[in-house]
Design a protein around this ligand. Structure first.
Ligand SMILES: NC(=O)c1ccc[n+]([C@@H]2O[C@H](COP(=O)([O-])OP(=O)(O)OC[C@H]3O[C@@H](n4cnc5c(N)ncnc54)[C@H](O)[C@@H]3O)[C@@H](O)[C@H]2O)c1
Length: 497
């Protein structure tokens, strides 16, 4: 369905995209805009409002006011509204997907599937929330030594208040709704700060929430540079929860935040451990897809292969053969490898590649770059002295490190502060479980590449990779606090006999 009239009001007459507060799309009183570059053309594609701190205050005030009534809205009504949001997203998916192509160079098919997956996530959250949030507990006092049954404790889940949602550039729609839907379902209001690249797709997404008829002020969106309004947002006294997905910025935010619950989903250095008894074809396919999908710009991309020496030549040859077949080009043509998000990101990736070159890595495919487009690069004989053995490139570069044993591989993973996911390839399930037990990462995949989905699976990082857990049930649980109401009776009650 065409999106022209549906999305019309999100854009000002001058062409810049508006911010959203208290039920209205607005231009900023700053009179300033921030440009969004197209990673492929490197030309300015969009302009968005540069919100002021006073406007941030307004967004929080609107959210705080709207939350009171929303917390008293029946669960089934919240769920019905969220289902409506999901339906609108499906009906108006293409213009949102087109923004993902232009803003973050996401291949066109992947862009559309991100939007549809997000609508599915909203529906699932509404259904799960109906059940999970409707359940509480009744505790009796006589379980504790010395007590009789004269107290009944009613345990319920109540909203946190105002949730600040900050998603990253690589899934600006999906990782926004994975915060918004559980926050709203649980009775909270939201202030969204979309990423600088992905902000226009985020505006389109927000319009689906607005048009579904949520109470005004319940969802608000401030735009501007994260580095300029970010600290003001995260330190704001009206914030009752921060749900953040991104890189090291999250570590800085968590160090500064006060008494506020936090859901932090941060960077990863997801390792793929390949044992000598692995199905090498399967492992090679996983490295190829896991390492190079969306040009490696995924938190769960394979960012290091740790292969046992006996099978390293066979694995490297198969992955290299696969890399040769990847289509490199523009997102509109749905190529496998598209330009990375920014020039600074491309420069960072190049720095890691050059460091590896100087320290003796073997290039199984030649390094080539034009602007932000980096050809898929496969490095072999990577050693722990190289930065790429530890750091997250967030680009189409896969390093292979040869190890003497799976134990050596696990020790390398556990020595990294990044501990999001990992995977292991072996035909022996007992060995797989032993390796999974030894890997101190949030998730271990057995015989498949790391992945965030399906979106209802718990998803979390250990150490510097995060705080708390995502996944629909866990996100709903993050968005509430426990409230106890204790009924003190004048005599013991054994209602159950
Ligand atoms: N664990 C996960 O679930 C997950 C998922 C996707 C991406 N990531 C990680 O995200 C990173 C890539 O995304 P990115 O480059 O957008 O990350 P980033 O940390 O640079 O930015 C994330 C968000 O923070 C905002 N921001 C920047 N400075 C801020 C500040 N001072 N205060 C508040 N907000 C601020 C940005 O505008 C953006 O919206 C990678 O490290 C990747 O691994 C993690």
């Amino acid at each position: 369905m065409a999106g022209d009239t549906f999305y019309k009001e999100i854009r000002a007459a001058g062409g810049a995209y508006k911010w959203h507060c208290d039920g209205a799309w607005r231009e900023s009183t700053s009179g300033k805009t921030v440009g969004v570059s197209n990673p492929a053309t490197r030309a300015r594609e969009y302009e968005v409002q540069a919100c002021t701190q006073a406007e941030v205050d307004e967004a929080f005030a609107a959210a705080k006011a709207a939350q009171k009534g929303w917390a008293r809205t029946p669960l089934w009504q919240r769920a019905a509204l969220l289902h409506k949001v999901a339906a609108l997203m499906r009906d108006h998916a293409q213009p949102m997907a087109d923004c993902l192509v232009k803003e973050i160079a996401k291949p066109s098919k992947d862009a559309l599937s991100e939007v549809i997956r997000s609508a599915d996530l909203i529906d699932y959250t509404a259904e799960e929330g109906l059940r999970a949030l409707g359940e509480g507990a009744l505790l009796t006092s006589d379980s504790f030594p010395g007590q009789t049954r004269n107290k009944l404790c009613l345990v319920s889940k109540v909203p946190l208040g105002v949730v600040l949602a900050i998603p990253p550039f690589n899934y600006p729609v999906n990782l926004a709704v994975s915060k918004l839907a559980p926050a709203l379902m649980a009775g909270n209001a939201v202030v969204l700060k979309p990423p600088s690249q992905g902000v226009v797709a985020g505006s389109h997404m927000l319009q689906c929430f607005v048009k579904a008829g949520l109470p005004k002020g319940l969802v608000n969106m401030v735009t501007g540079k994260g580095s300029e309004i970010g600290d003001y947002l995260t330190g704001h006294p009206a914030v009752n929860c921060i749900s953040f997905t991104g890189g090291d910025t999250g570590i800085a935010i968590s160090r500064k935040a006060g008494m506020v619950p936090m859901q932090m989903e941060l960077g990863g250095k997801d390792a793929c451990i390949v044992c000598s008894d692995a199905d090498i074809d399967l492992a090679a396919k996983a490295v190829l897809k896991g390492g190079f999908s969306y040009s490696g710009q995924r938190c769960t991309a394979v960012k290091l292969v740790l292969v046992v020496k006996e099978v390293a030549d066979a694995l490297a040859a198969k992955v290299a053969a696969g890399v040769e077949k990847l289509r490199v080009g523009m997102p509109e043509d749905d190529c496998d490898i598209t330009p990375v998000v920014s020039e600074s990101s491309a420069n960072f990736i190049e720095g890691l590649v050059e460091d590896a070159r100087q320290k003796g890595a073997k290039f199984l495919t030649p390094y080539r770059r034009e602007g932000n487009l980096i050809w898929p690069t496969l490095l072999d004989h990577v050693t722990p002295e190289m930065r790429i053995a530890w750091e997250e490139p967030f680009g189409p570069v896969v390093p292979i490190m040869r190890v003497a044993s799976a134990d050596e591989a696990v020790a390398h993973c556990n020595a990294n502060n990044l501990a999001l996911q990992g995977c292991v390839f072996t035909r022996d399930i007992n060995k797989a479980i032993a390796i999974s037990d030894a890997m101190e990462t949030g998730t271990v995949q057995i015989n498949a590449a790391p992945a965030r989905g399906p979106d209802h699976f718990p998803f979390q990082g250990f150490r510097d990779s995060g705080i708390g857990s995502q996944g629909i049930r866990n996100s709903l649980a993050m968005m509430v606090k426990t409230k106890s109401t204790v009924v003190n009776l004048d005599k013991d009650s054994y209602a159950s006999g």
